[in-house]
Ligand binder design. Structure first.
Ligand SMILES: O=C(O)CCC(=O)C(=O)O
Ligand SMILES: [Fe+2]
Length: 186
């Protein structure tokens, strides 16, 4: 199940693209200041201040991410080309606390591409108390807009396995690429 405004596109990339992306990611340095490993492209997001400023500009997206940003934009998933990507690596037992992506910092569309192991994402409504779960499979793209972007939290429980169709499935390494457009402060 998904909150209103969310779309799930299975098999958004194929397994060859997935392998090539994982190969690229493994050659790059990680930022070491969080519980899980992350890399930022385009702009660096300040988790503590919840800000993206002019001086957080890093560089244009590298070619291998720019191609994906271009595809997502041309397919009209975004109204403008995404100019920031955060890569999150989750080892078994790691997750991401339920949150709404920074509202002044990022535009109205967020899209995450999943690589590696599948995991359950949990959504909770800020207004009704409703909650939903959705399996994120490798090679899929999750798009959050509207209510799903602004009115629901999303998170991944930090655990070593998920129950998928009544079966316990052990997690392995998962990597996600989250595309956003940055809204700079004035
Ligand atoms: O790993 C994911 O699929 C989600 C990442 C996320 O929500 C974020 O970086 O804000
Ligand atoms: Fe998020």
């Amino acid at each position: 199940m998904l909150p209103p405004g969310a779309r799930y596109l299975p098999n958004y990339i194929d397994q060859f693209e997935e392998t090539a992306l994982l190969g690229q990611i493994d050659t790059l340095p990680w930022l070491g200041d969080l519980k899980r490993r992350v890399q930022h492209y385009g702009y660096r997001y300040d988790y503590k201040a919840r800000r993206v400023t002019d001086d957080s500009y890093l560089s244009p997206l590298p070619d291998w991410l720019d191609k994906l940003a271009d595809r997502i934009w041309k397919e009209e998933i975004f109204g403008a080309k995404p100019d920031q990507v955060i890569i999150n690596e989750y080892l078994p037992g790691q997750g991401i606390t339920a949150h709404v992506d920074c509202e002044p910092c990022f535009g109205d569309t967020i899209a995450s591409l999943s690589l590696g192991s599948a995991c359950m994402m949990e959504f909770s409504s800020l207004h009704s108390g409703d909650s939903l779960t959705r399996l994120l499979e490798p090679q899929s793209l999750l798009v959050l807009q509207g209510e799903a972007r602004f009115g629901w939290k999303h998170g991944i429980p930090a655990r070593k396995s998920d129950v998928i169709e009544q079966r316990m499935v052990t997690r392995e390494r998962r990597v996600s690429l989250t595309f956003r457009t940055v809204v700079l402060e004035r």
